[in-house]
Design a binder for this molecule. Structure first.
Ligand SMILES: *Cc1c(COP(=O)(O)O)cnc(C)c1O
Length: 241
């Protein structure tokens, strides 16, 4: 960056963060929305707890993780004194035998795609003595697509009713990922329509988590309240050990 040598990790993250915050601001303004209505969730998967601490010191309030094993260890490290205060969003595929454990550290579980997850999540939340915010993940892939994650839009209403009826879970809204190889604007158009229908039945559940490093503008234009951004803030992900 300068004659002072390579950037520190803190400078690197601060620059990535400023760039992404600028993009969020511009996209929200262009869409006639208040940038403060869009929450940045920095996806810290594969990055160390030290980066989470740096993010917190730079004002980041929300981080996302997609693998239980990694997330539980990292959350414990970040909670060590001096603890950094961040909200943990679990955004990955969830196994029902891990769900109660995820509720032990996650503040938000964003990837509920089947009703089988609800009881163990509720049990984990009850054991922790607090309610858990949950989002339902809806699939934007064509039916039957390989590697599809999220529930079928046709099954969403029943899943939402089941989530809302579950004690210790607070149904907050929807989450989705734009399919690879499709124009994200078209995918997020479908999502916005799904979210409208969903909110007619669940008016309080107004969160919409959509948009990542490559497509956050398209998501914000279509109403995203949460964007999940990894490499645009933190740089290329390290290799899995
Ligand atoms: C990894 C991940 C992200 C962030 O991806 P980037 O392209 O690095 O911004 C967002 N959402 C989910 C579900 C992820 O797994």
């Amino acid at each position: 960056m300068s004659e002072d040598g390579p950037m520190s990790r803190e400078q690197e993250i601060a620059e990535g963060l400023a760039r992404v915050q600028g993009r969020i601001q511009a996209a929200a303004t262009a869409a006639g929305r208040d940038p403060a209505d869009v929450t940045l969730v920095v996806v810290t998967k594969f990055f160390p707890a030290a980066d989470v601490r740096l993010l917190a010191s730079l004002g980041v309030t929300d981080v996302g993780e997609n693998r239980h094993q990694e997330a539980v260890a990292k959350a414990a490290q970040v909670a060590e004194e001096p603890a950094a205060d961040v909200r943990w969003h679990f955004i990955g595929g969830l196994q029902s035998n891990k769900a109660a454990a995820v509720a032990g550290y996650a503040d938000v579980v964003s990837s509920i795609d089947r009703s089988k997850l609800l009881a163990p999540l509720a049990r984990g939340a009850a054991q922790r003595g607090r309610d858990l915010d949950v989002l339902l993940q809806v699939s934007l892939d064509p039916p039957g697509a390989a590697g599809r994650s999220g529930c079928d839009p046709a099954e969403l209403a029943a899943l939402a009713d089941a989530a809302e009826a579950t004690e210790h879970l607070r149904l907050r809204g929807l989450m989705a990922v734009a399919p690879l190889g499709e124009d994200p604007a078209a995918a997020f158009d479908r999502l916005a329509a799904i979210h409208d229908g969903f909110r007619a039945a669940h008016p309080e559940a107004d969160w919409l988590s959509a948009g990542m490093s490559g497509d956050l503008e398209a998501a914000i234009e279509r109403g995203a309240t949460h964007v999940r951004v990894g490499h645009a803030v933190l740089g290329p992900r390290p290799q899995i050990k």
